[in-house]
Design a protein around this ligand. Structure first.
Ligand code: AP5
Ligand code: ZN
Length: 219
């Protein structure tokens, strides 16, 4: 199974990716997590990406496309994969299509901007795994600690209010056009056409999980 998870910043892509990858036994490919790993390691790419991410902008299509292509060549992606946060521009989607890399389903998690701002301010993450929590809506079992490893949770640098606003603007301008791109392709059918699933993203984490898995025919 090959799946694209589409949605604004803080829509719950990372949270729901945890359930989808477990269910279908496929690796999660989060371009955001990959970039954050570069930042942590202090690579050249990481240094350049950090500035862009802190401003809420997008890293260049060429870099992202190269990174993703190298990742999906790996052994563990041969049975399928889950894209989280990729593609994010029409150019990235076109690059996939032109490479003959098709997906079975595109899942859009639809959440209004006002809700997103609330979610971001309470988010805490486990940097090593990318697992996300929320101090009120999805708290860890022990305050400030990851459920699986017990390691400390942190706040992401790009979750400051000003950066969140910039990320939302970039999402509406550059990523939202992908909704039309994939839903039109799904309706038209033909080679490589995916199934398009729009999921209402307000509700409990478990309710949204069930909407997604049901829509994918997995429940
Ligand atoms: P990325 O890491 O992809 O960030 P994003 O798309 O902005 O999405 P987030 O990770 O912020 O949110 P999410 O949807 O995963 O939500 P989560 O599950 O954590 O990208 C970061 C940056 O990297 C970009 O800004 C860009 O600069 C760069 N980048 C990455 N990919 C790129 C690409 N392809 N091209 C170019 N640049 C790229 O949930 C959010 C919060 O809400 C959590 O606290 C969670 O616990 C809570 N929550 C989840 N579900 C619910 C619920 N149902 N109810 C209440 N709270 C909930
Ligand atoms: Zn995420």
């Amino acid at each position: 199974m090959r799946i694209i998870l589409l949605g604004g910043p803080g829509a719950g892509k990372g949270t729901q990716a945890g359930f989808i990858k477990e269910h279908f036994k496929i690796p999660q490919i989060s371009t955001g997590d990959m970039l954050r790993a570069h930042v942590k390691q202090g690579t050249e790419l990481g240094k350049a990406a950090k500035k862009i991410m802190d401003e809420g902008g997008l890293v260049s299509d060429d870099i992202i496309i190269g990174m993703v292509k190298a990742r999906i060549d790996a052994e563990d992606c041969q049975g399928g994969f889950l894209f989280d946060g990729f593609p994010r521009t029409i150019a990235q989607a076109d690059a996939l299509k032109e490479s003959g890399i098709f997906v079975d389903a595109v899942v859009e998690i639809d959440v209004p901007d006002a809700e997103i701002v609330k979610r971001m301010s309470g988010r805490r993450v486990h940097p090593a795994s990318g697992r996300s929590y929320h101090v009120v809506f999805n708290p860890p079992r022990e305050e400030g600690k990851d459920d699986v490893t017990g390691e400390a949770l942190i706040q992401r640098d790009d979750d400051r209010e000003e950066t969140v606003k910039a990320r939302l603007a970039v999402y509406h301008e550059q990523t939202e056009p992908l909704i039309g791109y994939y839903s039109t392709w799904a309706e038209a059918g033909g080679e490589g056409a995916p199934k398009y699933l729009k999921v209402h993203g307000i509700g409990s984490v478990e309710e949204i999980r069930d909407r997604i898995l049901e829509g994918l025919g997995a429940l």
